[in-house]
Design a protein. Sequence first.
Length: 327
Amino acid sequence: MLKSLYVIDSHSVDPRHNIALEEYLLRHVKPGECIFYLWQNQRTVVIGRNQHASNECRIQALEADGGHLVRRLSGGGAVYHDLGNLNFTFLTVRDDYDVEKQTDTILQAVRSLGIPAEKTGRNDLTADGGKFSGHAYYRAGEQCYHHGTLMVSVDLAPLEKYLNVSPLKLQAKGVKSVRSRVVNLRDFRPDLTLEELRAALVKAFGEVYELPVQTLTEEELDADELAAGQARFSDPAWIYGDSQPLEVSREAAFPWGILRVDHSQADGVITQAALWSDGLEGDFLSLVPEALAGCPKNAEDIRTRLSALPGSQAEMVEDILSLLIKE
């Protein structure tokens, strides 16, 4: 049962620092606490846990403009951040984790500003049909977070300059470009400021949970642990991953996300596999390649191995299987 609410506002616009701070808060949130973290990144593309970096982002163009590519812990798709965007994260332990209340906090805050916000699909908030907020989720043991974006006055031109969006995804969404799907909150409230939105969010946070909101500052945290986290999220091995080409590559769109599975085989056995996806079930998907290595390439063995993984879902197992054994 929640007893304490905290809000912390990062004063850095470095995405590596901000993602490290998010992970630090995740590690340290205690039972009975909910931490509401607000943060901004300057000219950044953030890719999901299992996405292929160069497939999702035009990295050279981004870096030539002084931008940053970072990879987060959660699943989901690539997003672009600039200082016209405000990011939020709710952090709790599993027993206190309530996605409905967390989402209601965002909706209540935005509606209080006179904007007709509503939830659509599994992880989007929209106004008048345009997406202004995308959400993703992560759990490490008993620690959980729910985070997302709030587009206030984002420069939309870089979305097409920096993001490579799969035609399969656009087709699934029924749109021609990622830019055509999104809106800024200032399209509805031209005078809206980030400070006004921050205040509305903190007010709604206390109202939805019916508890007072206390302020937490970075000065109260362990600077050495935070710096170590920033180093991990800055590591090219984490950001870019291993994307060496394998013999077979297949991709398809499913209701839960875009899925690409690459693999090599010898003598009827999968020798190596790689998986790339914007699916929200990031932990499960990240375990698939190792589970497939050394597996006989037949439906029964593949299904048995994947079904035994933590977080496995029958629908996703069958979809992965369909790409692996497709002739």
